[in-house]
Design a protein. Sequence first.
Lengths: 777, 146
Amino acid sequence: MATTITKTETLVGKRIRRKEDPRLITGTATYVDDIQMPGMHYAAILRSPHAAARIRSIRVGPALEHPGVVAVFTGKDVEGIGPVPCGASLPGLRVPYHSVLARDRVYFVGHPVAVVVARDRYIARDAVDRIEVDYEPLPAVSDPEKALEPGAPAVHPEWPDNIAFTYHQEAGDVDKAFAEAEVVVKQRIVSQRLIPTALETRGVVADWRSGERSLTIYSSTQIPHLMRTLVAQALGLPENRLRVVAPEVGGGFGSKLNVYAEEILMGFVAMKIGKPIKWIESRRENFLCTIHGRGHVDYFEIAGKRDGTILGLKLKLIQDLGAYHQLLTPAIPTLSVLMMPGIYRFRNIRADIIGVFTNCVPTDAYRGAGRPEATHGIERMVDMLAAEIGMDPAEIRFKNFVRPEEFPYETPTGLSYDTGNYAGALEKALEVAGYRQLREEQKKARQEGRLMGIGISTYGEICAFGPSPATPAGGWESATVRVEPTGKVTVLTGASPHGQGEETTFAQIVCDELGVDMDDVVVQHGDTAVVPYGIGTFGSRATAVGGTAVYYALQALKEKIKKFGATLLESDDVSFSGGVCVCNQTGRSVSLAEIAAASYRAAKLPPGTEPGLVSTYFWEPPNFTFPFGAHIVVTEVDRETGAVEIKRYVAVDDCGKVINPMLVDGQVHGGVAQGLGQALYEQAVYDENGQLVTGELTDYAIPKATMVPRIETAHTETPTPVNPLGIKGVGEAGTIACSPAVVNSVVDALSPLGVRHIDMPLTPEKLWRLIHKGGQA
Amino acid sequence: MRISGAYTLPADPERAYTLLQDPEALAASMPGCRELVRTAEDEYEMKMNLVISSIQGLFAGKIRVADKEFPARFRLIVEGDGKIGFMKGEGVLTLSPVDGATEVRYDGEVQVGGMIAGVGQRLLDATAKYLIKRFFEKMREWACHE
């Protein structure tokens, strides 16, 4: 046997640079739009300029006559295809038929009406303008509260009340809590519509091989396998004849946790024309037609005692659904209800959701998906209660936190929080921020007439989606680990990461278990022809669920490695660690590469063992995980301009065990940037006729690098028992924690003027008006 | 969007009223107007090139005059669409004599849709004001020269 070196260094917990970054930062990654195929054709989509209209007629002739145009398809060509699927179900849910192209009506601006197929994309785009559609405009409604008023235009004529569903959840004795309350605070809180704005817009390439009767769809998606199942159904194609590939995906944030009309449509077109077809969404289309996030109007009432004890919380939640249900649309506000008690001990809750149709693009999951809205609500209400009774916002939180000894903690909404030390996280944040000192500075600032604010937000979140019974399509994840004959390791994950860095973190897990180097591991994902069925990346699940599947696949693989090692070493007493199998009696050893070679050569198979070193594991999590943390934001508002300056941003996040602190920091930074976007800048605005007036990036402000402050990150580490790695997930933490911390801070800054609440985004204009009208909005 | 304002034309109300409904004068005065034809009593068809923000395109539309009260007021109903979207508007023009000239007050509502709404709405107010100003300046020249 050759000399072997045992590897002792472990990688989990270390700041390892991302394996994916070289290709991303050198522009050598392959996105959907980079895919070229011989004979490829291009599609452009004609979209409705009206929020509501009847289609009297469509004349496609002038487009068809345009040189280079191959085909034009309208609603009547796609009868029998679709519908665009809704995967969520609720009792009594009204589900409008969501055809892939409009039939006799359009329901929102951007609704696809026809698709033009041409030899190049410019011809396709030009020909779109030659289609003549005779619309009869109808009254539209874009505001969910107005949609509920009697006599409002009906989005879907069959449901004149515009109500898609109502949902009620109640626990404890809410009426008693409010009757016994010494203080009740009520507030209407809006979580405005947001546009997810992934750096890469959506795009689809479809390739039909008629000889093999097989279709391949390349799509910028978070969920290739679910898409395969759903698109195959929509096209009436056997699922094993469809392959879905998610190549490099330039951000999703939930907006690509979906199946859209275009994926079905491009599959249909490819099969019709017998040529590969490409459609790339423009930024304007992305704003009009890809799901939006949030869209809540929440009426909160909190009951408490003068000593700061919270007794109960009521919520009436009006969810702007848009015109249709996309994949998870109606389920998102139910997550808000699950999360509504936050991390506090009170037991009395009552929530009523009204899901409302509007003539707008559907809302759906956007980073945090229901939990940011809930956290914003409870964290604002706790602050308002504190202000009402003259208590410090940190103190009221300490008083009401679920305590470390109470875990697992059953929430009144039916969740079982795994582990937590909420007070610990807040203490750490107060310490990093220098809270007492900050309050002194604030006193001084106020004496000088400066508007300085300190805002706290403590949050919990539901991550690692999730146990299958609690999810619409299964909450497990798959992993295959394969040691190739040369000892190199290939990992296949059903989670379909798209920027989160699992090619790195999963490799770290593999390195520690198998004793190989980072360069020896390749993580593959996103291709249904390569990877066993998986669920995808969303809900902060990829590492906590997908990584755990990798871990379990590795444990089975290690047993097999030991069997082959034992055979090679001719001993029953062997151990495997650091990439080396050692005979405990003789000290002789074989390397993993030698074992791998022997396993495929298969000249000497251990009894009852298959050749090769391959292990697949489907892991079903027993519960969600519940990360938590505390963010503190110091702001100063300029009296003259109303502009908010973030002076300090302290983020303490506890996501359980950390595999790679650098990636965790990256997730927190990105999450905070998007939270700041909601708090200060972003708002999708529809006018009263259902026209999206924030139709491009000049009108829709997302934070730029210079607008994001330095973020002081710190962590506490409370492992979860839900998975053997102890990891909880961190993808959405920053977004969830950030917006209430910023708003609490700015409200604190303006509180001397009598301000008690401000709805997002906190634009300079809004704040200037508050300052100059003495606190009256 | 609400549009209102006033402009003075150097003509008496009777002449101003006539000019404001004269296809030739209108065609010459409307910025970007390519074509304006009378299709019926008090009805016109118009083609105009509209430039707003980063987009421009040809609009085809109809103009209708209603509620005529010579020479004091009339109602204007405009509807048009093109590749860059659509617009609908309705307004009242009120004419009153001022020192030998005529003050024309306009007051109306305009609704836009499609790409103009999504991309140009931010600049719509300013663009509308600019177009109206150019229109009245041309109208004034027309009134002086004829």
